[in-house]
Design a protein around this ligand. Structure first.
Ligand SMILES: *[C@@H]1O[C@H](CO)[C@@H](O)[C@H](O)[C@H]1NC(C)=O
Ligand SMILES: *[C@@H]1O[C@H](CO)[C@@H](O)[C@H](O)[C@H]1NC(C)=O
Ligand SMILES: *[C@@H]1O[C@H](CO)[C@@H](O)[C@H](O)[C@H]1NC(C)=O
Ligand SMILES: *[C@@H]1O[C@H](CO)[C@@H](O)[C@H](O)[C@H]1NC(C)=O
Ligand SMILES: *[C@@H]1O[C@H](CO)[C@@H](O)[C@H](O)[C@H]1NC(C)=O
Length: 716
């Protein structure tokens, strides 16, 4: 070996002095390339193999970057893989952000200091379970008919500008320039999307111009022949991705068809998996991960584990999967059942992986990480202070009202996320031939429907609910408050405009729409709001903003905000947006609150709650996450001709709207049950209950059911 081991002494988070090694070869040029004769990589001229873990800096506050990277190194890994997220770095067409949590250069520096090489994946499309697959939403504002991921000149122009800015930042960190970046990915699983050689060639040439021979360009595709055929491009190293429970040899044989020589590479080996709202928390067994990893490494492969540390989709950054008729937004948590949890704690899987890696790479002389202590700060009482749809709410958060005959999309209105209220005046009854009236609207993605400012039902893309029976809306104001739940990040529906389209009442379109956007990126406008309003139970008059305080006497620790019993919304701690919560459907019940967002002394919690406020008006800061509410079934109840309710249990996920974590306390269960989802079908309720519920729960459910029925009758 020619390389000199350079030892850096670093004191830090793991509590002790650790040694990390950086290869510094003084005899040959710095660089990273393929040795086709010997089926291996060469790092600075020396045989090299990486075992890497994915960690996206944009899912973690910068204060923790070093902590997470060091833990990745301590597992024996010698590289980290990250996407670069275009939308983060170019939030508007003429602003760039490379600071704070977007300080990619700092991330690269820390990775190098911690003894990790970097596999950089700058997209431009990244999927990554992020809003719009990492594309900035304004592409759809500026060029509504843009052809994404094609040679469309209007698209490629923005792509080239973005990549030029990326490489201005990262070029000094390419291996050939002495930095940690050894590989740079071209596009991302392009073979799953399309088969346009010209597009891949143009992208390759742009990247080649910036990277030259200072790092290795590569592509990543599913290990299916058509995918790798369409996703690979001459002159770029072709690699595959696959998970556990698969035939490793066979997968690599597919790679070999398009990459006959060179090292075997799995660029995304899945030690965990992603989870959507309204589905069970996804897990991958540690034993399967260890076995498959061992098998790949024994074949001499280089492997990147996706994700090794997942982190959090803070704010409105989570994306969605789906297509024409399906829509499944991802959780706020990107824990991913990864070897390191959302809070960066090692799991048994972490140690199993470390054992496997130790057979192939020398483990660094580092203390292994332990689980960090968490704060159990108890209940936070929240006071409703503002109703979003009332005058003050509109003044503080609303955009100027726009009027058009057809409803405009969020993108046309210049809104990246948040809410848009679409309002119209309904014509007199004689306009509409039949009774009752059926409202039809293609909603992207969820619409709370108000008649004369009173909630009458919900439209839902997740549950394919685009029709609603509306009783007596004539000559009244109809309002539909539409929420963007995250743009599709994968598949052919990538051009995922938000808002309302094809809206009609009994097939007759409406006349004129008034649109008010609500900017919910910051809760600063609440600073001077002192008022108290009353809000409890189902929010018939629209979303409410609540505020509460809590005190931390010592150095803050990471904690989890338990949202059980609430409806749907977003939570801010000290002005930082923790992301969306939706305990009614789960499976995620707690939001991760990093200590970096907290302070010793007084702290503030603000909620923007869209649907339901429990009587207790409390949330709790606890020391354990709940991400795995699962095992539920739906009870579908309907009034028959004799006005008696008939209920039947069913497992139709599509209908599920109310859910209960079995592990919740009984009072919270009751709170949840008291919320009934109303699809406009008179007297019809969906209750979601754990499959394993006791007889007692069922009995209580029936009692509440009767109560609901009485209330329902009183309202009418
Ligand atoms: C590698 O070694 C050379 C020559 O000794 C030195 O100039 C350079 O700073 C070293 N690079 C790193 C990354 O330590
Ligand atoms: C795995 O795939 C290889 C190559 O296609 C095949 O020879 C082998 O029998 C397969 N193994 C199993 C267990 O299916
Ligand atoms: C590992 O590190 C510790 C603490 O720095 C040191 O005492 C020990 O000698 C090191 N062991 C090896 C094998 O380098
Ligand atoms: C649009 O609405 C009409 C009814 O007004 C309906 O017949 C048609 O199928 C709808 N199209 C879509 C795409 O929803
Ligand atoms: C609002 O309610 C909270 C909690 O009940 C109370 O502490 C606060 O003084 C109230 N503020 C006003 C302006 O009434």
């Amino acid at each position: 070996m020619w390389s000199i081991l350079l030892t850096l002494a670093v004191t830090g988070i793991l509590g002790e002095v650790v040694n990390v090694h950086v290869n510094n070869n003084t005899q040959s040029e710095l660089g990273f390339e393929v040795d086709y004769d010997n089926n291996q990589f060469l790092l600075d001229g020396q045989p090299f193999r990486y075992v890497s873990g994915s960690f996206h800096y944009f899912r973690c506050p910068r204060q923790y970057w070093r902590n997470r990277l060091r833990k990745i190194r301590a597992a024996g890994l010698n590289a980290v893989s990250t996407y670069v997220e275009w939308s983060l770095h170019q939030p508007t067409v003429d602003t760039w952000d490379w600071s704070g949590d977007a300080d990619l250069v700092q991330f690269l520096k820390i990775a190098q200091e911690e003894g990790l090489f970097v596999l950089l994946r700058p997209g431009p499309y990244i999927c990554a379970e992020r809003d719009f697959g990492g594309f900035p939403y304004w592409l759809l504002t500026r060029v509504p008919d843009i052809n994404l991921r094609t040679t469309d000149k209007r698209y490629m122009l923005y792509v080239e500008t973005y990549l030029t800015e990326v490489f201005k930042k990262v070029s000094p960190y390419l291996r050939g320039n002495g930095g940690p970046i050894i590989m740079v990915q071209v596009e991302n699983e392009y073979g799953s999307y399309s088969c346009d050689v010209e597009y891949m060639t143009q992208l390759r040439d742009i990247m080649k111009k910036h990277v030259g021979t200072k790092a290795l360009l590569y592509t990543t595709d599913g290990s299916i022949e058509n995918m790798i055929r369409c996703g690979s491009v001459p002159g770029v190293y072709a690699t595959v991705d696959f998970g556990t429970n698969t035939n490793v040899t066979k997968n690599f044989e597919i790679m070999r068809k398009y990459q006959p020589r060179g090292p075997l590479v799995n660029s995304e080996f899945y030690p965990g998996w992603l989870t959507h709202w309204q589905e069970p928390f996804q897990r991958v067994k540690a034993v399967a991960v260890a076995e498959t990893l061992n098998e790949m490494l024994s074949l001499g492969a280089s492997v990147n584990m996706y994700m090794f540390y997942g982190g959090t989709n803070f704010g409105y950054t989570a994306g969605a999967n789906g297509g024409e008729n399906t829509y499944s937004p991802q959780l706020t948590s990107y824990d991913y059942d990864a070897p390191l949890t959302e809070a960066g704690d090692p799991t048994p899987k972490y140690f199993d992986i470390r054992n496997v890696v130790s057979k192939y790479l020398q483990l660094p002389n580092m203390t292994v990480p332990t689980v960090s202590p968490k704060g159990n700060y108890g209940p936070v009482v929240l006071s409703p202070i503002l109703k979003l749809l009332e005058e003050t709410g509109r003044q503080l958060f609303g955009t100027a009202v726009v009027q058009t005959s057809d409803p405009l999309t969020f993108e046309a209105l210049g809104l990246p996320h948040w809410l848009v209220l679409y309002e119209t005046n309904v014509e007199p009854k004689q306009q509409y031939p039949s009774d009752p009236a059926i409202l039809h609207a293609m909603v992207r993605d969820r619409g709370l429907v108000y008649v004369d400012d009173y909630l009458i039902g919900t439209l839902s893309r997740i549950n394919n609910i685009y029709d609603l029976v509306v009783e007596q809306p004539y000559e009244q104001k109809l309002g539909i408050l539409v929420e963007n739940q995250g743009r599709l990040n994968y598949g052919f529906g990538l051009h995922d405009f938000k808002g309302l389209s094809n809206v009609s009442l009994n097939n007759i379109p409406f006349g004129l729409w008034r649109m008010t956007g609500f900017r919910l990126d910051s809760v600063k406008p609440l600073f001077y709001v002192e008022s108290n309003v009353s809000a409890s139970g189902t929010l018939y008059d629209g979303p409410v903003i609540l505020r509460g305080g809590f005190t931390i006497s010592d150095q803050p620790m990471d904690t989890y905000l338990n949202t059980a019993g609430w409806g749907k919304g977003v939570a801010f701690v000290n002005g930082r947006n923790l992301g969306r919560y939706w305990p009614l459907v789960g499976p995620q019940i707690t939001l991760y609150v990093p200590a970096a967002f907290l302070r010793t002394g007084d702290n503030e919690l603000v909620l923007i709650e869209l649907e339901y406020v429990p009587n207790s008006k409390r949330m709790r800061l606890q020391n354990e996450p709940i991400l795995n509410l699962e095992q539920y079934s739906v009870m579908d109840c309907q009034q028959n001709e004799e006005h008696v309710f008939e209920c039947r249990e069913q497992n139709l996920r599509k209908n599920l709207e109310v859910s209960i974590d079995e592990r919740m306390e009984m009072d919270i269960i009751l709170e949840n049950l008291q919320w009934s989802s109303r699809y406009g079908l008179k007297g019809r309720y969906y209750y979601l209950i754990p499959c394993t519920s006791s007889y007692e729960t069922w009995t209580k459910l029936s009692n509440i059911y009767e109560k609901d029925t009485k209330q329902q009758n009183m309202i009418q």
